[in-house]
Design a protein around this ligand. Structure first.
Ligand SMILES: NC(=O)c1ccc[n+]([C@@H]2O[C@H](COP(=O)([O-])OP(=O)(O)OC[C@H]3O[C@@H](n4cnc5c(N)ncnc54)[C@H](O)[C@@H]3O)[C@@H](O)[C@H]2O)c1
Length: 248
């Protein structure tokens, strides 16, 4: 498939997990991928290049405006525009009752999972505006709808991402940029495996209409579709990809 031939895509948090699968899939569909991650992303870059795709990575903490500016300058030196931005870099949550959370713990989720998306979007916007196929896709979470007890900080930050997505969709309509959010169910990655065991993954799966375990590749496929011309009239939406675990 070459739906994204010659498109330039930036994916945050693509050194591992869902972000890596997104980067691999967008590259497989023809996009040149630029990865922003706080960790070394050479595994993802090498995998994409070995398959004949194009990829580069910049080390970057998405909470630092200074590091983002440096990374975006490096991307701008390679490309005169960006077609696709996927905000995905995030931290996952264990369970703590809301009244036991400290200011710093809540602030960390707001900084990474919400302000990180805002700061990267803002820095990429001048390049995205130059695209004729602009797409901004935010990885949110279906946890927002489930309101999982013990995950207040995470859920609130992901809810803010949904609000941000809706307003950005309206504001960027005149630039012809489609802005959408995707909401994964529970997917086994380094981030979730740190907080959940096999039994939890199976319990979640048994509550789904389609009883299959969610994989990073499921999200990657949805994002490749949203990035493609087939989705040119879809904007301001939040699309769940959780096997029908939550119906809204
Ligand atoms: N895995 C799930 O079940 C699930 C469910 C719903 C939503 N999500 C969301 O999907 C996204 C990816 O999650 P994942 O499960 O792949 O997590 P993960 O922990 O496996 O990977 C996250 C990636 O983001 C990077 N990252 C973290 N903080 C960063 C920062 N400050 N700056 C730059 N990069 C940073 C990490 O280095 C890593 O490469 C997150 O936004 C998460 O909230 C995941």
């Amino acid at each position: 498939m070459s739906r994204l031939k010659d498109r330039i895509a930036v994916v945050s948090g693509a050194a591992a997990g869902i972000g890596k699968a997104i980067a691999v899939r967008l590259a497989a569909e023809g996009a040149a991928v630029e990865i922003l991650d706080i960790k070394d992303a050479s595994d993802a870059v090498n995998e994409i290049r070995a398959a004949g795709g194009q990829a580069n990575a910049e080390l970057c903490d998405v909470t630092s405006e200074e590091q983002i500016a440096k990374a975006v300058a490096a991307i701008a030196a390679r490309h005169d525009h960006v077609d696709i931005l996927v905000n995905n870099a995030g931290i996952l949550s264990g369970k703590t009752p809301w009244h036991e959370l400290s200011y710093d713990e809540v602030n960390r989720f707001v900084q990474v999972n919400y302000l990180g998306y805002f700061l990267v979007s803002k820095a990429i916007y001048p390049l995205l505006k130059k695209s004729e196929h602009g797409r901004l896709i935010n990885v949110a979470s279906r946890t927002y709808f489930l309101a999982n007890p013990g995950q207040m900080a995470y859920v609130a930050a992901k809810g803010a991402v949904m609000g941000m997505t809706r307003v950005m969709a309206k504001e960027m309509g005149d630039d012809n940029i489609c802005v959408n959010a995707v909401a994964p169910g529970m997917i086994a990655t380094e981030g979730t495996l740190a907080h959940s065991n096999e039994e939890a993954f199976n319990r979640v799966m048994m509550n789904q209409a389609i009883k299959k375990r969610g994989k990073p590749e499921h999200l990657a496929g949805l994002i490749a579709f949203l990035a493609s011309d087939d989705a040119e009239l879809i904007t301001g939406q939040m699309i769940l990809c959780d096997g029908g675990g939550y119906l809204h």
